[in-house]
Every structure is written in structure tokens, then in C-alpha cells.
Ligand binder design. Sequence first.
Ligand code: ISE
Length: 336
Amino acid sequence: EELRVAVVGAGMMGADHVKRITHRIAGARVSAIVEPDAGRAEAAAADAPGSLAFTSIEDAIAAGAMDAVLIATPGQFHAPVLKPALDARLPILCEKPLTQDSESSLEILELEQQLDRPHIQLGFMRRFDTEYQALRDLVVSGESGELLMVRALHRNPSVPESYTNDMLITDSVVHEFDVVPWLAGSPVKSVEVKHPRRNSLAPERLKEPILVIMELENGVLVDVEMNVSVQFGYQVATEAVFEKGIARIGQPSGLQRWDAGFFRVKDHESFVTRFAAAYDAQIQRWVDAVRRGDLIDGPNAWDGYLVALSCEAGVKALNEGGIVPVEAPERPAFYA
Ligand code: ISE
């Protein structure tokens, strides 16, 4: 039996997941699209033949329209979808962030813990990128010695009008708050944010780029260049400094051209192409896990909660300055 997936939110990411499930994922189909905007719903439905359209998650659940839910709404609408989906005991893949703050994330954890096991997988797709996986393998192998420092670049060409200054942390650096502790095998201990000279091409409401410095519990120091108005393309790259070696991932790997006196390499313009293979792997593994009865195969809601704690510290560091500590509570056995 094919897994019937309801995609909630048919914006850029949701519409992309609808296409992915229809054309590239085995063992699943989009059975419902939940989207209040009629235009978006209709556009996405064209990529999901036979799917039903709903304007609320409650209606879709009442109609029994799905076996699993993929949440791709903007972050502030995650909690109102997570709650009824958990009540209905449905397996869930939730795009990042889990919720907007640690308090509402805790509420979700409490609801989930009333079920027999974790039902929520978090959409931290970088963990499914083959280069990130190779870098993690290198850290674990110890071949280059201990990891000392991580330099991360996170550059967007531009951001939508709905993107606020705090979202530099909660929507963007949120990825580094998940993937770097995963790479280094150690949680975030503190966060600091520095402001270089402001990019005059940034929208007026944004004071960026920013430099985010995090210290991990194991002493690894991480700097993240967060830059969302670079104009030219989309780049996510990392250089890891080890005791006896350096490793680099995320270099441009597109078409190489020699032309009119220049050498050029095609680079990405959006996360949709940069992480396409990672999203494919993430969704395929989630679908396989749900069909096997494991329900998740990747970061869980506890990981989402830890990231929410780091984001809170990050927003405080962004707005008030200083080095802000992060208290990482112990992982409950339920999320082991
Ligand atoms: C966006 O929401 C994402 O998740 C992208 O991965 C990130 O690069 C971008 O900065 C966010 O706005």
C-alpha cells in the first residue's frame, strides 16, 4: 500500500515537496493538500493528481484523507497543525523550526510523549546531504585528529518580505544550530552575535550580514557568516579545522565554463536546488520508516527543542549583545 501523505502548506517548500513525492519518492503519494490560499492550492494540485483539497488540517483529518502529514507552513503555523495531527496519532514530518519558541516546543514534546513513541521527524535536511555525512564520518573516524574549529558560510541571494531581523537566527542559523552539534557530537554551550559593516543592499528592516559565534560543550568554536542579501546566488559551505587536517564541503560544483577570458562555475540560486538531493533522501527515508512502522528516521522533536533553546539564546545575543549561555537539558529516554 502506498503511503497517503497530506502536505500542509503549499508555499515554495510545500509545492516542492508535492512535486518530489509525486515524481521521485517511491511508496508514497500526495493524497491531500491543505492550503488556505486557493491559488497556491490549485497550482500544487496540478502536481498531485487525485489529491483532495482542504483549507484546514482539522477538515483533512475528519475526512480521513491521509496516513501521514508533511508540515511545510511558515514556522508560526507549525504548532496549530502539530497538535491535531498528534491527537490523531499521525506520523509527521515537520519542516524546521519545530515551533517558534522553546515553551511551545515543550508543549509539543509533552503531547507527543503521550503516544507510544516519537511520531515527529524534523526537516533538518542538511543531515541527509552526502557531503555533510562524509564530514561527520571523518569527525567520528578520528583520521584527521580531533575537530577544533568549524567555519560556516550561509548565504542567500535575498529573502522574502515576510523575513524579519530575528529570522536571521530562527529561520536561517536554525540549520547550523542543528547540524553543527550533530557534526561535532557536542551541544551548543553559548552564542554570541557580531555585526560587521551593514550591507546597504539589505532590506531596511535587516541589520546584516551577521557573524554568529557558538561555542560547543566540547570546546569546538564555530563561526557562521549569515548573509541574506548577497545578490548573486545561494551558498552553504563549511571548512572544518582538525588537529592534522582540514576538510571542506559545499563548494560550487556546477557546469564549468571558459568563455570570453573568464573561467566560471555555475552555482546555486536557491536552497531548492542546493539541497534537492538531501530533501529527496530525507523524504524517502521518512516514507520508508513510516511504512516499516518505525515512524521516523532522522532528527526528532527533542532535536527541534534543543535547536529552539539555541535560537532563543541567538535572538537574545542578536538584540542585546553579549555571550549568551545555552542550558542543554538531558535527553529523555523517550527520545534516545
Ligand atoms: C530558509 O527558510 C531555509 O530553510 C534555508 O535553508 C535557509 O538557507 C534560508 O536562510 C531560510 O530562510
